[in-house]
Write a protein that binds this ligand. Structure first.
Ligand code: SP5
Ligand code: ZN
Length: 368
């Protein structure tokens, strides 16, 4: 299988994220993608490809242009804002510029009954609170370039499949599935999977199915396609009753308008085992089969692993191969894109196992 990687991901290198109001060491770090790269490069059945530049247009087909524009200029505006503030009594003028994290959000209730707020233009913290939805997704000096490169990785993987490869993998970092049309958050800036799905649909006129296997519900992907009949969204994830992103992922959410029936959520309990996961996966795969379309985009998060530090499923490393084989059984042209997975020692083997399953090169079971 061919797979796509860009070294530009290292430009997004957050130090802290704010969880429960407290700065903790960032989980979504460059070492994640490097661990996956090393596992892939240790396996001869995979051939690494560099991404090609696709420009900003495919992003603008999915995301709000004002948000894209904000992300492009956020760091420069914040650094300048910080320098001016630091020149006052608060800080030393040479104090390093911290990552941009909003402190106030445009909660819809603030403006209830008053129409929409004009977009703040001058204050980067206010702008971050308009376009961001939480405190765990810091913007640093190279964030925009890395997020753009992740989209190129996704689109290049989609192009491989459009050009006739049965399957391809894009090692996207930062991830994407939490980003809805007009916001960033959940470690995500641009929704790589949604942009790739839109690219496949636009290039061929065919319908596309998305299978989201990340531990977290892909609220962004669901939102982008919620009213669309030509893209099916299927997700297995931690029940929003306890799990981030809390406000989407309920089984009752099945789409709206023309998209009714084109969203399927499968919320799962704490401690979900290999066996329980495979049983629930069957339902998801059946929905994709009945949708009858040629293309599949997989949002592959391996934060479902039992060792993951921020999630609570109990999957073991070998099950990812089995999951990949079952996805292969769909017989669809498949673009696999990286989402989450935060336990550095297991993410490489888990991703590689899944891809070997999809590729049909999975290691045969040892003789009994
Ligand atoms: C792409 C992806 O996997 N994004 C995940 C974003 C999750 N952000 C952290 C949510 C807060 C979880 N609280 C964890 C408690 C750990 N003990
Ligand atoms: Zn996740």
């Amino acid at each position: 299988m061919r797979w796509v990687y860009s070294p530009a991901h290292v430009l997004h290198d957050p130090v802290h994220e704010v969880q429960f109001g407290v700065p903790v060491p960032a989980y979504e770090v460059p070492a994640r993608a490097e661990a996956i790269r090393e596992a892939m490069e240790a396996d001869d059945s995979f051939e690494r490809i560099a991404p090609s530049e696709h420009g900003v247009e495919p992003i603008l087909r999915v995301h709000e242009p004002r948000m894209v524009h904000f992300l492009e200029e956020a760091w420069a505006q914040w650094a300048e804002h910080h320098r001016r503030r630091a020149a006052g009594p608060v800080d030393h003028p040479d104090a390093p510029v911290p990552a941009l994290i909003p402190d106030s959000f445009l909660h819809p209730a603030i403006r209830e009954g008053m129409g929409s707020s004009p977009e703040p233009r001058q204050n980067p913290v206010a702008r971050a609170g308009m376009w961001g939805f939480e405190t765990m997704t810091p913007i640093g000096p190279g964030t925009y370039r890395a997020a753009r490169a992740a989209v190129d990785v996704a689109l290049t993987a989609a192009d491989l499949v459009l050009d006739g490869q049965p399957a391809a993998y894009g090692l996207c970092r930062p991830p994407g599935h939490h980003a809805p049309r007009a916001a960033f958050g959940g470690y995500c800036f641009f929704n790589n999977a949604a942009i790739a799905a839109e690219h496949l649909a636009g290039a061929t006129g065919e319908r596309v199915a998305i299978l989201d296997l990340d531990y977290h519900h892909g609220n962004g992907t669901q939102q982008i396609f919620y009213r669309r009949a030509n893209v099916l969204y299927v997700s297995l994830h931690g029940d929003p009753d306890r799990a981030y992103p809390y406000f989407a992922g309920w089984a009752e959410e099945t789409g709206a308008g023309p998209g009714i029936g084109a969203t399927l959520n499968i919320p799962l309990p704490e401690g979900c085992s290999d066996r329980a996961y495979l049983t629930e996966l069957r339902r998801g795969l059946e929905a994709i089969r009945s949708y009858r379309c040629p293309f599949l985009v997989v949002s592959l998060g391996v934060d479902t692993h039992r060792e993951d530090p921020i999630c609570d499923f109990a999957l073991t490393t070998p099950v990812y191969e089995e999951i990949g084989q079952r996805v292969r059984g769909l017989g669809m042209r498949t673009v696999v894109l990286q989402e989450g997975g935060y336990h550095l020692p297991s993410i490489g083997p888990s991703v590689r196992g899944f891809l070997r399953g999809v590729d049909g090169t999975a290691t045969p079971a040892p003789p009994a």
